[in-house]
Each structure stands twice: as structure tokens, then as C-alpha cells.
Write a protein that binds this ligand. Structure first.
Ligand code: ADP
Ligand code: MG
Length: 684
């Protein structure tokens, strides 16, 4: 018997070299190995008589080797082994390429099971390179076989054997995190059974039962964890702010707030009056005016003599918020500061000391805010913009700078409800479901290369009307991975500048520029000094230049729909009719079909649901979504019904045992603590 934390290196048949390879798949302990679920299965249970074989199907055949296998060297590097196998009704020709060992492995007159794809014709069926074993063996055929994700140095056999060993060593001690009564009321299999059958299913039904149990468990643990978080928050005491008259703030704004903005502001400030810390998500589509809500909350904290910290994912965005908030709030005497990684040591030191001494009321910054020297005099409010760009850990690092501060997170990613339950299960939510008045639908077109000249003409026309234009290229930050056909932003900007628009002002911004240079380019564009801004996706989030009226996206097929929606959201932020032109790229028909949804709707919510359907939740968040617990088996798009049940079960359980203190919930509690490192002081 081995501990679940045992290093896999010590599991029979693994050893140092394979352990290294497995580590690349994230497998280092026995528990990891057992929880490394197959990505697919091969159903080798169907056995057919030879006379019934149909070309292209993949099945098992039970047959006798009628001839001795014959080995022939065709040329260097190509050996063939051929034999004929027979059953009562037919003859099957079998060929193995470059597997000369088969000559000795298969004996004339013995019966085998062959598993493989049928080729040839109905009358003369053949199989190439089938899997085979003695009829009596029953290891490789006659059952459902797991298919694992692999990496160099591993094969399906190695993986399956390792998992087999791992299961044998531990299956009886696999802890069952589901309390027995939950398992009973939802008719779920036991953990041991589920782990065995998810890897080596006895049959299809056993597989289904096991999958359901493990999906349920995964979603149940997340739901219970979210419930515990919510609970731990409500017993914590925060700093309750003094009531202030919001009308004073409203008068500072150059525009009238929408009803949805006012509602969000009232909900958030209402939270801050209470002595449990606010933990609220403001979700609103691109351009819905979330920044004003953030500004209102900072103002509110200031009225109580407290400081606020406002964190943005990019320097471009932090600087933009700094400009907006200082313009808005400095006139009433609020002191607004900026802290980013690219500032000089001296500048940073000065901001640090102002924060510590309470000489700043609001600080806006990037994750530079998390660094060690940052201390506050009286931090009452922490805001993160585009929160999906930050991990849970980053958020909590900022929180620990204050004493249970109020928390506001803002996101433009209109996530479907299922996902919201998982990610934001512990947050209250305000939704800005209304755009500022006068916004027009952004006219969107998917076009092919043929329309390039016309697009250039159109750019020229808009610039003639004093509008500004973005051109976005999908150059990934590491351009080694960029394909040839991918227009490198550099070369492309050069071409636009020299050949196409020599008379216009074309600028370029990309991720590998120095922050200072980026800032200079962005503020020039923002001030209207540049006509065309060629950019990579660094401008994807948050950038706000209301005079920009056209977004051109090159190779649009390279982007996810939600990302395109974000990019498109850079225009249509003012009163001008705005446009989005998507060059469909090399993707052809499929990408055109996918991009169609962009032309049909401006509704971020619909787009994200389509996106989820098309790509699945893993992709949906891409590598950026760090805040999410990794799902090993559940698929949020298709396992919705299990999610609902798992949530109901978790809620029920927490109602009867809010602290998970009863002995039968102890395992669950440990698991949650372990997964979420719930330390009441830092977690939120
Ligand atoms: P997002 O929700 O994408 O962060 P912003 O806060 O950047 O949106 O606001 C988008 C633009 O709309 C900004 O230029 C902002 O000044 C403007 N804006 C915000 N609220 C209103 C409003 N109620 N009326 C008019 N313009 C508004
Ligand atoms: Mg924003």
C-alpha cells in the first residue's frame, strides 16, 4: 500500500525516466496518476464474424491463424509480415508493417482476437497492423481500453500499466469525499469503483456510472468550497463606511449615468455601509461604463477618509484609468496616484511613501501594486478591472494589504451562467445591462482579400472625416510561433506607412515595446495625433478612445469570438457610427461560418455562449484564466444537469453543517482546504 502522495517514480514499472515524462503531463504523485483520466476510450468489445466485416469499421475478430506468418523484406526500412486468419465463415488477410516480431509471436493453428480497422472489400476483407492477443488473454481486446494524453517517452501501454499499478496500490484507500448520504440520495457510485472503471471500464454502463460520479464529485467540491468562502466572508468584519450623498459625485461627471450604472453604484456603496466586507462583481459588456462605477466607489471611500487601490491588467489600461480618474476626482481635492512596473525606482519610492502616509487617496496600478514596498495608511477598497486576467492569488495578495477591505471586481467577459456559478460562486453580482445613450450598433463585416483595396479606401474616407482607425494583427507575442502568412505587425505597419498611407499618420503598438514607448503611442492616439494605430492584442482590454470609429482585424480566424468582441469594443464608444471589418484569413468556409455571429449581433452574452459551444470551456478561458479551478473531468457545456444537482447537494449539506464540522464531512473539508488553501485572512 502506498500513500497517495507517493512520488510516481516509486510505482512499479515507472522509474525515474518515465516519471520525468509524466511530470510533463502534470503527474507527480500517485494521486495525480489515478486522477489522470483517459481523454478517450477505444471500444474493443464488439466482436464480428469475418463474413460480416464492412470496410472502414474498427472491430474485433476472433479467428485462427490459418497460415504461418511470412516475413518479407521489401526494401531497407520496410518489412512485411503476412498471414491469413479464418473463422467459421470467412478469411481475413492480415498485414503488419515493420513489426517483424509478429512472425514469432503468432503461431499457426492458434486462435487469436485481432482488433483493427477493416480495409479491402466486403468479399476480401483485410486488416493492417491490428492489435492482437491470444483468444483467452482478454487484456487488450474484448474490453473498453483507455486512451491517455501522452508525451514523448510514453506510450498508451506504459500509461495503462502505470495506472493499473497505481490503482492496485491504492484503490482501497482512495478517500471518498462524498459523504455517504449524498452518495445515496444522488445514487452515485463509490470512489473506488469509479476510479477503477473510469480507467478500465467493465462495460459501457460502468463507465457512464463512474463518469457521472466523478463529475459530480468535482463540481460538488467546487460548489461546497464556494459556499464555505461565502460563509467565511460573512463572519468577517470589514470597515463600514459612512453614508455619503452620491449626488455630489454625479455632478462631477461629464455625462448622465445610465440606470444600470446608478443601480450598480448604489448596490456597491450600499455594501460598503455594512460591516461585512463587500465582495461584488460588476459585469457589463464592453463600453457599458464600468469605470464610472469604480470611480464612484473610490469617491465614496474617500468621503469616509479611506484609501482605494485600483488594479488593471496592463500598463496601458492603468495609465488610461489614471488619466480618467485624476481628471474627474482631483478637482474635488482627491489625490490620485499611479504605480506601474515601468516607473523609475525613485518614482515608485515616492508613491510608496505617499500611500503609507495617507497622502494619496486612490492609487491606480498594475500588479506593481502587489510588490512588497506597497503599504497603505487606511486601505478600505480594492478594485480589480478585467478581473479574469488575474488569478485568485493575485487578487488575494492585494487584499492582504488592507484589513478585510471591500472588494469590487469588474469584468467585461460576459460569461454564461454555468460558468458564472463556478467562477464567481462566492461573489455578489451587479450587471450593467444598458449602454450609454446614443451608441449605435457597430456595423460588422466579414470580408475576403478581394475587398482589401476597398477597405483601404474606406479607412481613408473615415480619416478624412477626422475619425481614427485601429488595425489589429494576430501576432502572438513570441513570433517564433507565428506562421508565415501571419502578418507581422511590424512589417505590416511599415507597409501601411510607406506604401498605402504615406500621407497619414500611422503608429504601431505591440507587446514587446518598452512600457514608456507604449504609453507614448497610446496617449498620442488618444489625443488624436495619430490616424491609424496598428496593434497586436495589447489593446484588447479596456482601451477607450471614443473618436476611434473603425476596427480592422487581420486574420480574424485566429481569434476567439469573445476576443473579437473585446477588440470590436474598442470602437463605438462615442457618438459616431462605428465599423468593424474582419478579414477572414485562411480559415475559409469554417471561419466565415464562425465569424457570421459577429456580424449578426453586438450582444457579448450571445457571442460568449456561441464561443463556449464552439470551443468548450477549457479553451474559452485560454491560458489566461488562472482564477478558475482546473476541471479534470467535468465539461461545463455538456454537464449542466450534473452541475445543478451537485450545487443543490452542496447547499443542502452546508445548510445542515455550515462549518463542515461533523466527522462524516471531515474528508471533504480537508480536501477543500487543500485545494483552495482557505486561509480566512487572505482568501476572497
Ligand atoms: P467599460 O465598461 O468598457 O470599461 P468605460 O468605462 O471605459 O467602459 O466607458 C466607455 C466610454 O463611455 C467612456 O468613454 C466613458 O466616458 C463613456 N461613458 C460611460 N458612461 C457613460 C454615460 N452614462 N453616458 C455617456 N458616456 C458614458
Ligand atoms: Mg473598462
Amino acid at each position: 500500500m502506498a500513500e497517495l502522495s507517493t512520488n510516481i517514480q516509486y510505482i512499479k514499472g515507472v522509474g525515474e525516466v518515465r516519471a520525468k515524462a509524466m511530470a510533463k503531463l502534470g503527474i507527480t504523485t500517485l494521486r495525480d496518476l489515478i486522477c489522470f483520466f483517459p481523454r478517450a476510450y477505444e471500444d474493443r468489445t464488439v466482436i464480428k464474424p469475418i463474413s460480416m466485416l464492412i470496410p472502414d469499421e474498427t472491430v474485433c475478430v476472433r479467428a485462427m491463424a490459418a497460415t504461418a506468418p511470412r516475413l518479407s523484406h521489401i526494401r531497407k526500412g520496410l518489412d512485411l509480415v503476412k498471414l491469413k486468419a479464418v473463422d467459421e465463415g470467412g478469411v481475413l488477410d492480415i498485414t503488419f508493417f515493420n513489426q517483424s516480431f509478429v512472425r514469432d509471436a503468432i503461431k499457426q493453428g492458434e486462435s487469436y482476437v485481432f482488433y483493427g480497422k477493416v480495409t479491402g472489400s466486403r468479399r476480401h476483407p483485410e486488416m493492417l497492423n491490428p492489435v492482437f492477443e491470444l483468444e483467452s488473454a482478454h487484456h487488450l481486446t474484448g474490453r473498453i481500453i483507455p486512451v491517455y494524453r501522452l508525451t514523448a517517452g510514453l506510450s498508451q501501454n506504459i500509461m495503462a500499466n502505470a495506472v493499473r499499478q497505481g490503482l492496485d496500490a491504492s484503490v482501497d484507500m482512495m478517500p471518498d469525499y462524498l459523504p455517504a448520504h449524498v452518495r445515496e440520495s444522488y445514487q452515485l457510485a463509490q470512489a473506488g469503483y469509479a476510479y477503477e472503471n473510469i480507467h478500465f471500464p467493465a462495460d459501457c454502463e460502468a463507465l457512464e456510472i463512474s463518469r457521472r460520479r466523478l463529475i459530480f464529485e468535482e463540481l460538488f467540491i467546487i460548489s461546497a468550497a464556494m459556499g464555505v468562502l461565502r460563509k467565511s466572508r460573512s463572519v468577517r468584519r470589514g470597515r463600514s463606511l459612512k453614508q455619503a450623498d452620491l449626488r455630489e459625485f454625479y455632478q462631477l461627471l461629464p455625462f448622465q449615468l445610465t440606470g444600470a450604472q446608478i443601480r450598480s453604484i448604489e448596490q456597491s456603496t450600499g455594501d460598503m455601509l455594512k460591516n461585512t466586507p463587500m465582495n461584488r462583481l460588476v459585469q457589463g459588456d464592453v463600453g457599458s461604463g464600468k469605470t464610472a462605477v469604480a470611480a464612484a466607489c473610490c469617491w465614496y471611500a474617500w468621503k469616509s477618509g479611506c484609501q482605494s487601490a485600483f488594479m488593471a491588467p496592463t500598463e496601458i489600461l492603468a495609465e488610461q484609468h489614471y488619466r480618467t480618474l485624476s481628471q474627474l476626482l482631483e478637482p474635488v481635492g482627491m489625490r490620485v496616484g499611479l504605480l506601474t512596473g515601468s516607473m523609475t525606482q525613485k518614482q515608485k519610492k515616492s508613491v510608496h511613501s505617499q500611500l503609507r502616509l495617507g497622502e494619496l487617496d486612490v492609487v491606480i496600478g498594475t500588479h506593481a501594486l502587489l510588490s512588497e514596498g506597497v503599504e497603505f495608511f487606511e486601505l478600505a477598497l480594492v478594485i480589480t478591472d478585467e478581473q479574469h486576467r488575474f488569478g485568485v492569488n493575485q487578487r488575494s495578495a492585494l487584499l492582504s494589504k488592507g484589513d478585510s477591505p471591500h472588494v469590487l471586481v469588474m469584468s467585461a467577459t460576459p460569461i454564461p451562467r454555468t460558468l458564472a456559478l463556478i467562477i464567481y460562486g462566492d461573489l455578489d453580482v451587479s450587471i450593467i445591462d444598458e449602454l450609454p445613450p446614443g451608441r449605435q450598433k457597430i456595423a460588422t463585416y466579414t470580408v475576403s482579400e478581394k475587398l482589401r483595396e476597398r477597405t483601404y479606401k474606406f479607412i481613408r474616407k473615415l480619416v478624412g472625416e477626422e475619425r481614427q482607425v485601429y488595425v489589429v494583427c494576430p501576432m502572438v507575442e513570441e513570433s517564433e510561433t507565428a506562421d508565415e502568412d501571419l502578418k507581422s505587425a511590424l512589417a505590416y505597419a511599415e507597409k501601411l506607412r510607406k506604401e498605402i498611407f504615406p500621407d497619414l499618420k500611422v503608429a504601431l503598438v505591440h507587446g514587446r515595446m518598452k512600457p514608456k514607448e507604449k504609453e507614448a503611442v497610446m496617449s498620442a492616439f488618444s489625443a488624436g495625433e495619430t490616424d491609424i494605430l496598428v496593434a497586436t492584442t495589447v489593446i484588447e482590454v479596456g482601451v477607450d478612445v471614443p473618436n476611434a470609429a473603425l476596427m480592422v482585424v487581420e486574420n480574424a480566424d485566429r481569434f476567439g469570438l469573445s476576443q473579437l468582441h473585446q477588440l470590436r469594443g474598442r470602437v463605438g464608444r462615442g457618438k459616431h457610427q462605428s465599423y468593424c471589418i474582419l478579414f477572414e484569413g485562411a480559415g475559409g468556409e469554417i471561419s466565415r461560418e464562425r465569424l457570421k455571429i459577429m456580424c449578426e449581433t453586438n450582444d457579448g452574452f450571445r457571442i460568449s455562449e456561441e464561443d463556449l459551444k464552439l470551443r468548450g470551456p477549457g479553451d474559452f478561458f485560454g491560458s489566461r484564466q488562472h482564477g478558475l479551478p482546473e476541471l479534470r473531468i467535468a465539461n461545463l457545456a455538456s454537464d449542466m444537469d450534473v452541475l445543478t444537482k451537485a450545487q443543490a447537494a452542496a447547499q443542502e449539506l452546508l445548510r445542515s453543517d455550515p462549518g463542515l464540522l461533523s466527522p462524516e464531512n471531515a474528508l471533504l473539508k480537508d480536501r477543500i482546504d487543500e485545494l483552495y488553501q482557505l486561509k480566512a485572512s487572505t482568501m476572497n
